[in-house]
Design a protein around this ligand. Structure first.
Ligand code: ADP
Ligand SMILES: O=P(O)(O)O[C@H]1O[C@H](CO)[C@@H](O[C@H]2O[C@H](CO)[C@@H](O)[C@H](O)[C@H]2O)[C@H](O)[C@H]1O
Length: 449
């Protein structure tokens, strides 16, 4: 592996002057997971100059930075974030919205620090680095195929848990923001699916990592595709049914599950395990109600849903799954076929939990929630539209999987409830205006039988 020069000395010296800027900027980022808790300090895990900071042109600083916050469980490390910072003496006006702040002290006092991914020159450099496997300091770059040079980058504005860049409408690079030691399932599973010959998931063509952590993955960009969430909202707005799409999505989900079962271990859920699953849902509910007190009045009703799943039939396959399946994770290509993306799992869960085998019915429940979400965000609320989509999705799934997810309704309902509880916490943290959407499901699930 060729090694290119890197410097770690200067960035270390920069931390005291960077810290006040990060203090302001980090908590405002959509992908910042520690919202609502004070930031008390930063520790550098790694710092790499991908372009020298004190050269005549822009510098590019890659950081893995631990963010100290109170309230972290004993023995767990502070969250670690990946940042790519641009450093320039003069910031051109087109980059003004990317400004994080100006350094007040230290060797580079006066220079502007900004979101490097928003600078096409720096984003282009990252792509060129990915094209050439090898190391730069602690960063290791891999590619499975020869990649075309010099593709123009653009950063996607639909920023969610991570940040994504599209290169020349040919590839999309996802930069993981909160990183943990261990393979990221968004690399691991698409690679396994590609080996199993599953064409439903874009196969990774390059990635980079540091130590045991996956930092970014480059995949083919499905141009002219539209995500299932937008398509569902359009259908609702036009007063159209979405059942044919829902059924095709059910089949696509089943195909991905079958391919994952072929590539990685699978087994049947035992009746004896359902008690532990229900207990874990109970624990998550308890923690969620501490974080979002609006859940409190519904706790007894929701616990009854979990109790009903304890001792349920079992029988569902237990294997690696998507883990955070919703309409926004599906893309319909120009050929009408559906692809599934973003296998990272629920961003708030620890990595080892996200990588553990789980009942396939959990993914099904995620999509069922999503049809409800779409219907609920539309005025007037159309509950029947959602019910028809949900039934069609399960039918499509059963056709391709050979097993109907509705066979064990208590387990399906428990997973749907577990997901709604997760969504309440997610919305409270990230999009408080959306909180009524999962809360309406909480109300329904806690009372109706
Ligand atoms: N292979 C792809 N082709 C086209 N668009 C994609 C592809 N992968 C992701 N996207 C789009 O990029 C955005 C972010 O992707 P996603 O993997 O869901 O990131 P996050 O983890 O931040 O939610 C989404 O809007 C999605 O539709
Ligand atoms: O896509 P991500 O991996 O970042 O997932 C997180 O954000 C999602 C929202 O963007 C969130 O999904 C929830 O809202 C969707 C509509 O925006 C809806 O379709 C989903 O059903 C609902 O869960 C997801 O839960 C969260 O992990």
């Amino acid at each position: 592996m060729p090694e290119t020069a890197s410097t770690t000395r200067a960035p270390d010296a920069l931390l005291p002057s960077l810290a006040p800027l990060l203090h302001e900027w980090l908590p405002r980022q959509r992908w910042f997971a520690g919202k609502g808790r004070r930031v008390t300090g930063f520790t550098l895990e790694a710092a790499t100059e991908l372009l020298p900071l004190d050269g005549p042109g822009p510098g590019l600083l890659h950081l893995l930075v631990r963010v100290e916050q109170p309230g972290r469980p004993a023995g767990t490390p502070a969250d670690c974030y990946q940042l790519l910072l641009g450093v320039r003496t003069q910031l051109p006006p087109r980059l003004a919205p990317a400004l994080i702040g100006r350094l007040r002290q230290g060797p580079l006092a006066g220079r502007a620090v900004y979101e490097g991914l928003r600078d096409p020159r720096l984003a282009g450099l990252l792509y060129e680095r990915l094209r050439t496997p090898g190391r730069t300091g602690p960063l290791r770059f891999h590619a499975t195929t020869a990649l075309p040079p010099a593709l123009a980058p653009r950063m996607l504005d639909a920023e969610q848990s991570n940040s994504s860049l599209v290169y020349g409408d040919s590839f999309i690079l996802k930069i993981f923001r909160r990183v943990s030691p261990g393979a990221n399932p968004d690399l691991e599973l698409p690679l396994a699916l590609a080996r199993a010959g599953c064409a439903r998931v874009p196969a990774p063509v390059a990635w980079f990592e540091s130590g045991a952590s996956t930092l970014g993955v480059l995949q083919p960009y499905l141009r002219n595709s539209r995500d299932g969430w937008r398509l569902a909202l359009d259908a609702l707005a036009d007063g159209r049914e979405f059942t044919a799409e829902a059924r095709a999505l059910g089949r696509a989900t089943a195909e991905v599950h079958l391919a994952l079962a072929e590539a990685l271990p699978t087994r049947k859920l035992q009746r004896s395990e359902t008690e532990q699953l229900a207990a874990a849902m109970d624990r998550r509910l308890h923690a969620a109600a501490q974080a979002v007190p609006a859940l409190m009045p519904y706790v007894p009703g929701l616990r009854a849903v979990f109790a009903a799943a304890s001792g349920a039939d079992g029988g569902s396959a237990v294997q690696r799954i998507h883990g955070d399946l919703h309409l926004g994770q599906t893309l319909r290509g120009s050929d009408g076929g559906w692809a599934v993306i973003d296998f990272e799992g629920e961003p708030a869960k620890p990595l080892d939990e996200r990588r553990s085998p789980q009942p396939t019915v959990r993914d099904v429940a995620g999509m069922l929630r999503s049809f409800d979400y779409a219907a609920r965000t539309h005025r007037p609320w159309n509950a029947d539209w959602a019910a028809r989509c949900r039934a069609a999705y399960c039918t499509g799934y059963a056709e391709a999987a050979g097993a109907d997810p509705r066979t064990d309704p208590a387990l399906l309902r428990a997973y749907e409830t577990d997901k709604a509880v997760y969504e309440v916490v997610y919305e409270a943290r990230h999009r408080p205006d959306w909180l009524p959407v999962p809360m309406s499901a909480i109300e329904r699930l806690s009372t109706s039988r």
